[in-house]
Write a new protein. Structure first.
Length: 132
């Protein structure tokens, strides 16, 4: 049996699905992983779907901490990921479901993408994916 050649990952797509602003304890970890991967020079795309899209509304992430006495807000974790090169994508269906306009999101979110774009990354052998 021939061994298949290993494909070095060129990117990491992270889907934030169960990351709800009402449960901030779940928010820091995916953002921290995104920052770490981007710092390792992987291309990183963060897909905000379901209620996670609310984190892209100005003022929401700034008021959240993963634990009460954390020195960092969720907005700071998000900014760390962006500063290292992570791209933020808002699901258009989630935006519509929550009554958010595309132009009413934080400036760091310049792209939109949902199920089709994320599944394209899942199917691409040069990409790795995580779902939170």
């Amino acid at each position: 049996m021939a061994e298949s050649a290993a494909v070095s990952p060129s990117g990491l797509a992270i889907l934030l699905w169960s990351c709800d602003p009402d449960d901030p304890v779940r928010l820091a970890t995916p953002l921290h992983h995104a920052a770490a991967a981007a710092a390792m020079e992987l291309r990183v795309e963060l897909y905000f779907s379901a209620r996670a899209v609310l984190l892209l509304k100005p003022g929401v992430a700034e008021g959240l901490r993963a634990v009460p006495h954390s020195p960092k807000t969720i907005a700071q974790y998000l900014q760390d990921a962006v500063d290292h090169g992570a791209e933020l994508l808002a699901c258009t269906d989630a935006l519509q479901a929550h009554g958010l306009a595309r132009d009413a999101l934080i400036p760091a979110c310049r792209r939109h993408g949902g199920a089709v774009q994320f599944i394209a990354r899942v199917a691409d052998p040069a990409w790795r994916t995580l779902v939170f």
